[in-house]
Design a protein around this ligand. Structure first.
Ligand code: TNX
Length: 424
């Protein structure tokens, strides 16, 4: 959503009719902040300029949001640029699997609110969702489960490449996550030799993690990681690979620390930079890694002390899997209820690399549920990521106008009582 500030001194006139027809493609200016754009709508012209294609894309998203139900647009001058370079949303496709078509609809939602990162949580206890040529049982066995006992599923390498391509067309970078060394029940089911006792665990189809971990002291586990990270790096054009590292049980600090360092070395050898959840910051961090904060301020502070860049995903504000209020049927509530205002009114801090919302899918089974948990909280987090300005009274009115647009698109959403929705 834009900041409304005076237009720059010179704007190039472009074709485009504010009352009907397509918005202009816009014109590249060659200078200006990355992803920024300038937009002017007068009674007879729409003018859009930007330094890069992403900026033009975001200018058109703003135009879409300005357009009234009758196709008209108010006269505005906008100069707009994002506050954070990393504006993301995570989708957990492990607890419940979502096919390529659903992921594309999710990308469209996120890109519409100017998010530029899609973090895919590809593996967890309940399923391993990405084909591996060298470790085929990860999917032939490890992808056949999900919460509730459904059939699960996985992406072929072509499927994954198609998601990456579709996201890229919408200026979103895919950050794939392989969650290791904990949350690995599905991998251990497929390859019991990667675990401490060599015995296949029962499949996990419930919500809770059984707490099993890879046997990190075994060199075979590092060869496994090298293989799957290498395969993933080949089909991931973005600069990052996320290796989870969260909620590891039954491991000494020394073993965990050694694993994190080996993992970071593997990721960088394959030309990528490692991201991990905040738990990593409890030990001495390898150079260059990025930490994703979700719940423990002490670990956030430990990451900052060690100079690691932070992705901010505080659960009470950005966890789209939490209930809106006590009456919400879906969702968990360990972080408290997260209503729209909670998603909007918080401060990531100037030093953060960026902001990410997270949709864990323990209770989310289909796209209708994805949309319901995402809307209207994702636009709130997206504005935190884009804009330093925060004005709830203004935001809730702008947000209300999106209700009819979501209805027209057939999108399920939560009619939070905090927002003065207009009658449809
Ligand atoms: C915590 S956030 C988790 C996930 C759960 C989520 C549910 C994080 C690193 N771990 O495994 O799905 O809570 O809200």
């Amino acid at each position: 959503m834009p900041n409304l500030i005076p237009a720059p001194a010179s704007l190039q006139r472009l074709e485009g009719d504010p009352h009907h027809g397509e918005p202009p493609h816009g014109e590249l200016t060659g200078s200006g902040a990355p992803e920024s754009y300038a937009l002017e709508v007068t009674s007879d012209r729409v003018t859009l300029t930007a330094p890069d294609e992403a900026g033009l894309f975001y200018g058109r998203r703003t135009l879409e949001q300005l357009r009234g139900p009758d196709g008209s647009m108010p006269p505005v001058r906008i100069e707009d640029a994002p506050r954070f370079a990393h504006r993301g949303v995570m989708l957990d496709v492990a607890r419940h699997f979502f096919g390529v078509a659903d992921v594309k609809r999710f990308i469209d939602l996120a890109a519409g609110y100017k998010l530029n990162v899609l973090h895919l949580h590809l593996t967890d206890d309940q399923g391993w969702r990405l084909e591996s040529p060298k470790w085929p049982r990860l999917t032939s066995t490890g992808a056949t489960t999900q919460i509730g006992g459904g059939p699960g599923g996985f992406y072929t390498r072509q499927d994954y490449a198609e998601i990456v391509r579709y996201a890229g067309e919408r200026f979103m970078t895919v950050i794939p996550e392989l969650d290791v060394p904990g949350h690995t029940n599905a991998a251990l089911l497929a390859y019991p030799e990667l675990g401490p006792d060599g015995v296949a665990p029962p499949p996990e189809t419930g919500i809770h993690s059984p707490g099993r971990s890879l046997n990190v002291g075994d060199p075979a586990v590092l060869r496994f990681l090298d293989d799957v990270v290498g395969e993933l790096a080949q089909i991931t054009p973005g600069p990052y690979i996320h290796l989870g590292a969260d909620e590891v049980e039954g491991m000494t600090d020394d073993d965990y620390r050694a694993f994190i360092h080996a993992a970071a070395e593997i990721v960088s050898r394959h030309g990528k930079r490692m991201i991990g959840w905040e738990e990593m910051a409890a030990v001495e961090l390898p150079p260059g890694v990025i930490v994703q904060f979700w719940t423990d301020p002490k670990l956030r502070d430990a990451a900052v002390r060690q100079g690691a860049p932070l992705i901010m995903s505080p659960a009470p504000h950005t966890y789209l899997d939490q209930k809106y209020d006590a009456s919400t049927e879906l969702g968990l509530s360990w972080a408290g209820n997260v209503d729209v205002r909670d998603a909007y009114e918080w401060e990531p801090g100037d030093d953060a690399l960026g902001v990410e919302a997270a949709l864990w899918t323990e209770t989310v089974e289909d796209f209708g549920a994805i949309a319901y948990m995402t809307l209207p909280r994702l636009p709130a987090v997206a504005e935190v990521a884009w804009s330093a300005r925060r004005d709830w009274e203004d935001f809730k009115l702008r947000l209300a106008a999106h209700g009819p647009q979501w209805e027209a698109l057939g999108l399920n959403f939560h009619r939070s009582p905090q927002v003065p929705w207009t009658a449809s």
